[in-house]
Design a protein around this ligand. Structure first.
Ligand code: SAH
Length: 221
């Protein structure tokens, strides 16, 4: 853990229930992912009026037509990145910053990109107030990646893409993992790409539904 959390807050019980009923029975086995999701205060990443729903089994609106992903989807994507604590990780789609916090706990450094400036600013001030010092923020089109800091050991895209953006493939380190939803605008397949030299191995992790990835190598606005 990189930050101090208050595990005895008023949401401890729903948070523990989330881990026990939504994550473990569906096959989330990575002990560190379970531990971190059992500690991060997800309720702080949603609007005040939806706090009582923060640990429920679905995504929630965060404004600007965007959503915080369902807890299980956050857990699955994180597990598939196989983080060990040494990684330089790139996240496209900061949104609420919830996924960012989890990545920051499990990686060495996180580079996160969001195209909606007010969302980025809000996530940045919350994550900084929680004490994270290993997260770097950028308001930009994430389909272009973050060239100056490449290569990345892990890349996660939390918005649905029509195809895998080439810059993200190029910026993946040898041995690195990329997790991204790919499909049409309504439904996608969650794809994991593992790079070995010039070889990119793909694995389909199943159906999912995300908001649009908008950008040069994504959907047009
Ligand atoms: N991980 C976030 C998910 C937010 S939803 C969370 O759980 O809160 C996806 C986010 O991707 C939205 O905030 C959206 O604005 C952002 N996004 C879409 N296209 C993008 C792009 N090309 N670059 C960066 N962010 C993008």
């Amino acid at each position: 853990m990189k930050i101090k959390t208050d595990e005895n807050d008023e949401y401890r019980i729903p948070r523990e229930r989330m881990v026990k009923t939504q994550l473990i029975p569906r096959g989330i086995r990575d002990k560190d992912v379970l531990k971190v999701m059992g500690r991060i205060p997800r309720h702080l990443f949603v609007d005040k009026d939806s706090r009582h729903e923060a640990y429920n089994d679905h995504p929630l609106p965060i404004g600007y037509n965007q959503t915080i992903s369902q807890p299980y989807m956050v857990a699955l994507m994180t597990q598939e990145l196989e983080l060990t604590g040494t990684e330089k990780t790139l996240e496209i789609g900061t949104g609420s910053g919830y996924q960012t916090a989890i990545l920051a706990e499990l990686s060495r450094e996180v580079y996160t990109i969001e195209r909606v400036v007010p969302l980025l600013e809000k996530a940045k001030s919350l994550l900084q107030s929680l004490g994270y010092e290993n997260i770097f923020f950028k308001a930009f089109d994430g389909t272009l990646g973050w060239e100056e800091h490449a290569p990345f050991d892990a890349i996660i895209v939390t918005a649905g893409a029509p195809k895998i953006p080439q810059p993200l493939m190029d910026q993946l380190a040898d041995g690195g993992r990329l997790v991204i939803p790919v499909g049409d605008r309504l439904t996608q397949e969650l794809i994991r790409v593992t790079r070995q030299g010039d070889e990119f191995k793909r694995k389909n992790l199943g159906g999912c539904r995300f908001v649009d990835l908008i950008g040069v190598h994504g959907w047009k606005e």
